[in-house]
Design a protein around this ligand. Sequence first.
Ligand code: NAD
Length: 481
Amino acid sequence: MSEKIVLNPQLNFIDGQRLSPDSELGGWLCNPNTGERLQPQRASSPAQIERALAAAARVHESGTWAARADRAELMEQIAAELEKRIEDMAQQEALTTGVVITLTRLLMQIAPLTFRQAAAQLRSGWTRSTLPGPHGAVEVLRQPWGAAALIAPWNAPGPIAAHKTANALAAGCPAILKPSEFAPATCNLIADAIEAVGLPPGVFQLVHGGAEVGAALVHDSRIRAVSFTGGLNGGRAVAAACAHDFKPAQLELGGNNPMVILEDADVELAAQAVVYGLITLNGQWCRALGRLLVHESLAHLLLNRVLTLLADVQIGDARAPESAMGPLIHAGHLRHVQGQIAALLEKGGTAHSTTPLPALPGYFLAPTLITGCAPQDTLDEIFGPVAVMHSFATDSEALALANQTPFGLAGYVFSRDEARALRLGRQIRSGGVKINGIGLVGLHPLAPRPAWGLSGFGEEGTEETFRFFCGTRVVGVAARS
Ligand code: NAD
């Protein structure tokens, strides 16, 4: 195993100063591989939150950040600083989230990339265009809304926080980032990278804490836009807070994502995709497999093949390079997922799992398929390495099962007949549908990442997130009446 590393301290970054958050949440940040306590979870006090809000409002009102002509260059300097920290971020993320190091090393590449993409969006000219008017040009100006609250989850905090921060700052919004209270480490390193570039005080700020700190930010009228990634309850609370003063909200929430395996599918390809959908990010991935929908003629064969493949999956310490899967994030989440499995078993389900667990005291759970439940009992997101399996006889039955949940984030269809799979895929009510494949990487770098139903709104993406942080003003000389 790799040598012991120390968890970075949780430090706020408020108005240019690194400060310890004033209070403790009462819980602990633990190493999910071992259960070892690492640090108490810390939270910002109301006075610290007030300082951050006042500084962000001051920056926005002064107009100095929005007026900086070198914002794109500064984003690229931050990208360069992040590149120096990729290995550190990957190690900290594996230590705190349990995502395996081979994957966190890939995911952390997104952090600098997203700052470079945001710089390119700023340079694209989209923020200033003209239309021919009655008396000269009509200007269409895209201007920063104002101070933005960026709220990150624990499952891939580094890339998610970097994407939000890069686009808010590039658009000209002073940004306050609130990491998850369960995985603050990589956000500290993002703050280090930004501090190294030396942005003016208050342009970027970091405040640690739990849901109360997030709620204090989103309820404050000085916050003019909110980008939130997290669960349904948090999303609803944020949407309600934003409704009060009509601030734009970008909500990236959960999914219960269907994978449809038609009778002419390549079973080996499909079985590998099922395994990927169960174990990637330890099943704690918003686009993970939730509902496996298999043509009745293949159900037995596919289940057997998946269980054979799962028997060879190596679960272990997330920081060990040979681990293909790590533990769940924390003890409470493990209990929650185990409770959801137990509830499905009580409703008539049968659990199937073949992956050996390591002899470690961490929060490990073998990837599990559950058969035999009624489809109306399997509508919720589980957010762990667990999927339910249902079979169908016709394409229209498959479609009805795929569209049965209130979510709409991702879908997958497997068939040797791509045209047929695409036809079905277009009818799945979700933001993205992949044919004959799964994977963390999207279909195209510029493809939006939308959500339907309870999976959220205010779609994200390379262009979309930058644009989310801008409001529009149209200015021109009027026609004389
Ligand atoms: P969570 O909702 O518990 O917490 C997310 C963040 O919101 C944390 O920083 C938390 O402190 C904060 N928060 C919670 N309640 C809040 C409130 N009322 N007001 C303001 N802030 C609040 O989610 P989580 O458990 O950290 O993450 C898992 C969830 O995130 C899953 O549902 C998953 O599907 C979803 N997710 C979605 C995407 C996506 O792109 N759609 C990506 C990653 C994770």
